[in-house]
Write a protein that binds this ligand. Structure first.
Ligand code: GLN
Ligand code: ZN
Length: 758
């Protein structure tokens, strides 16, 4: 029998039960006990869903984050969390969020740093180290889950993060070499593995996705050291990699003394044959053949064509699984009762993916006839998607073919454009602006909801949004800002808003995916060729412009960000999808220009997120991503000013690509780094205008005038003052008007002071 297993299951719940239980505890309306009951219920349900597998994961369930869980298991929660009162769970949440439900303001500590889990949209809490970090085992959580699963009749396979990847994910707070901690860490892992074996585990899934990244000699050596020490543990280890190719680490991975290895064949399909050849004959090869990162049905027949010869070769040594944890996909397609039925038939969420896995295994073991019906239905769905005229639109293919480099090229160099734009816009020195959104009040959210649910007519809806825009414009005029925005009151989300208006997108109702802790995102589903049936923003922007003599900045989301925050097609390269989005955004840009809008901002908040895991692949991505942006933006006349915005603070390694975008103005997040990040721009001699954010919109603190002038003086040491703008770090939608008004007052006052001084 072919062994089937799963690497991890979504824990948030099909109706986000965990989210609501967590938030109830945090806001004091519930108890730890209620949370634990909800969590136990979700685990039981998840195992039930996975009961058909040979092995189901245990320990993948987390109340907040699996990396933080691993830190807790290894006795490596930061000291600052433990010295307070309360339960172990209090300490755990304190690291996650800076405070626990029972803490008063005085007791809060700073939260652990959060960062992206490899190239996914999931964020983990970064383990903290220093030279004298020590570890001690606290296996209660995982042992309890193991006992729980076994009591429910589940053939359980504990899941842990491997020692090398654990160190790799963390940060040394004192700049010490965290690899030095390996020798202290390994005995704790040995102890953990022994305990798991004693508790009945035969296999342990030990995740080492660091193996798909570029490793220097020390890190490679760490793998050898670690697994030679762990090989005496009384369990079988399944060394698990995902999210990429092993490449130069393939041989290393094959040679480690473990009982089996898991490969993500969705992203490393070309390595299957080599691995099957090289792997010593006593080792299991687990192939991740079902995509754990997207929502499409697997082509089961095509997958079987690949698997059948491997099965002949490997026999019982061949295991099947999803490519990675299913954490990155929504729970259950069955809930999507209102989704377009044609498209729904092409999709599979976590539950459906496990079903596919069982079908594949059965076909391998008992022949395709044994699952003839499932295979036929799957083939129908695959064919329907492949042939659908809703996916393939010849006019889009034609438009794509007609794209030339000229499409991405401004007519004149920046210096010429800047002069023409200044003649038109007549802006003062240190022009002030904002990033686009203004506070999203409960009232305006309700207006959108009422309209969506059909309780508000289109006419009334427009009138209410106009009211909001008028209020927003009046506020900005009163504040004395130089470049105004309409405020984005009509937008629920910067990607969804555009997806909803483009052909080629559908939206799920419950397609939530955990982003961090209790936070989830519901990525729109890009299924087909992208077209823009009508203008998406022009009426709102035109209305806003009609209310003021000041220049008004039109606001769009860029193609790369739309791509990176959506579930996208797997039947063509991401690059092609991005280019289609770029053409749609370009049409919108040109329509805005035609409507007389003199400044257009194209946000690329997620450009950096799309960077591949290996630096050697970066240029390929940046080449097409930047080209897509250029095509979306650069069809305008010289007098039209293009802005872009990016809300992160790492530019050093991509500054060349950022410069190639050739936006007239870029606004970025800088306030927390005291303008130091502008060094990257100075070092590169970045040629165009820059708006370094002068206050952190994530914090309710209201900046003082002096703080802003100080920051701008720091900025002016790095970038010539005539190329500087003054603006917040990011959009203001999460703030309240009571915070925004004084903050912007300070910002405008600071700009005036700077002008007076210069
Ligand atoms: N224009 C968007 C806003 O202001 C930008 C958001 C973002 O960068 N994440 O909300
Ligand atoms: Zn931003």
């Amino acid at each position: 029998m072919t062994t089937t297993h799963n690497l991890g299951y979504p824990r948030i719940g099909g109706r986000r039960e965990l989210k609501f239980a967590l938030e109830a505890l945090w806001n004091g309306t519930s108890s730890e006990q209620v949370l634990q009951e909800t969590a136990g219920g979700l685990r039981a349900q998840n195992w039930q869903e996975q009961a058909g597998l040979s092995l189901a994961p245990v320990g993948d369930f987390s109340l907040y984050d699996q990396v933080l869980d691993m830190s807790a298991t290894l006795g490596n929660l930061p000291e600052r969390a433990n010295t307070r009162e309360g339960s172990a769970l209090d300490a755990y949440f304190r690291v996650a969020r800076g405070r626990s439900p029972n803490d008063t303001a005085c007791c809060s500590v700073h939260a652990g740093e959060m960062t992206k889990w490899f190239d996914t949209n999931y964020h983990y809490i970064v383990p903290e180290f220093n030279a004298d970090t020590s570890f001690s085992l606290n296996a209660d959580r995982i042992l309890a889950q193991l006992a729980e699963a076994r009591a429910q009749g589940i053939n359980a396979k504990p899941v842990i993060i491997g020692p090398v990847t654990y160190l790799w994910l963390g940060k040394a707070k004192d700049e010490s070499d965290r690899l030095q901690l390996l020798s202290k860490l390994l005995p704790v892992y040995s102890e953990l593995l022994t305990k798991l074996a004693e508790a009945g585990a035969e296999w342990v899934q030990i995740d080492e996705p660091a193996l798909v990244t570029e490793l220097d000699a020390d890190w490679k050596h760490a793998f050898i050291l670690a697994y030679h020490e762990l090989k005496t543990a009384p369990v079988k280890l399944l060394l698990t990699t995902y999210f990429g190719e092993l490449r130069e680490n393939l041989q290393l991975a094959c040679e480690l003394p473990v009982a089996g290895i898991h490969l993500d064949t969705i992203s490393a399909g070309n390595e299957v044959a080599r691995l099957a050849d090289w792997l010593p004959p006593h080792k299991v090869l687990s192939l991740g053949v079902i995509n754990g990162r997207n929502i499409w049905k697997t082509d089961l027949n095509a997958t079987l064509d690949l698997l059948v010869p491997l099965k002949e070769k490997l026999g019982e040594r061949l295991w099947l699984a999803p490519s990675c944890s299913l954490l990155h996909v929504p729970v259950d397609l069955e809930s999507e009762t209102t989704l377009d039925s044609e498209i729904r038939n092409w999709l599979a969420f976590a539950r459906q993916k496990l079903h596919e896995l069982n079908t594949l295994a059965k076909a391998l073991d008992e022949g395709r006839e044994s699952v003839a019906e499932e295979l036929a239905a799957n083939q129908n769905a695959i064919d329907s998607r492949r042939q659908s005229s809703r996916v393939h639109n010849p006019s889009v293919a034609k438009a794509l073919k007609a794209v030339t480099p000229e499409h991405g090229q401004r007519k004149s160099p920046f210096s010429t454009r800047a002069r023409l734009q200044q003649e038109r816009l007549q802006l003062p020195a240190y022009p002030t602006t904002t990033i686009g959104s203004f506070p999203q009040t409960p009232e305006i959210r309700q207006v959108r909801k009422d309209f969506r649910q059909g309780n508000l007519s289109e006419q009334d809806y427009t009138a209410r949004v106009h009211e909001e825009i008028a209020f927003c414009v009046a506020q900005q005029e009163a504040l004395g800002l130089d470049v105004l925005v309409h405020g984005e009151a009509e937008r629920n989300d910067m990607v969804e808003y555009f997806g909803e208006q483009l052909e080629g997108y559908v939206f799920s109702r419950f397609g939530w995916v955990q982003s961090y802790g209790s936070r989830c995102v519901k990525p729109p589903i890009l299924f087909g060729d992208i077209t823009r049936p009508r203008a998406m923003t022009v009426d709102w922007i035109k209305y806003a412009q009609s209310l003021t003599d000041k220049p008004l900045k039109g606001m769009l989301t860029g193609p790369v960000t739309i791509l990176n925050w959506s579930f996208v097609r797997d039947d063509q390269p991401r690059k092609d999808t991005c280019l289609q989005l770029a053409l749609a955004v370009r049409e919108e840009v040109l329509d805005l220009e035609k409507a007389g809008v003199g400044i257009i901002q194209i946000d690329e908040a997620a450009l950096r997120e799309g960077l591949p895991l290996r630096q050697s692949d970066w240029n390929t991505y940046l080449d097409w991503a930047i080209e897509a942006f250029r095509i979306s933006a650069n069809g305008v006349r010289d007098v039209t000013q293009i802005h872009t915005h990016m809300c992160y603070s790492e530019f050093n390694d991509i500054i060349g690509a950022i410069a190639r975008m050739d936006a007239d103005v870029i606004t970025i997040e800088t306030s927390r780094s005291a303008m130091e990040l502008l060094d990257a721009f100075r070092g590169f001699e970045y040629p165009n205008d820059i708006g370094p954010g002068v206050y952190d919109i994530h914090s309710p603190n209201i900046p003082q005038v002096e703080q802003v002038t100080n920051l701008m003086e720091q900025a002016a040491k790095r970038i010539p003052a005539e190329r500087l703008w003054v603006n917040p770090d990011c959009g203001l939608k999460t703030r309240r008007w009571e915070e925004v008004v004084p903050a912007l007052e300070a910002m405008v006052a600071a700009a005036r002071e700077l002008r007076a001084q210069s």
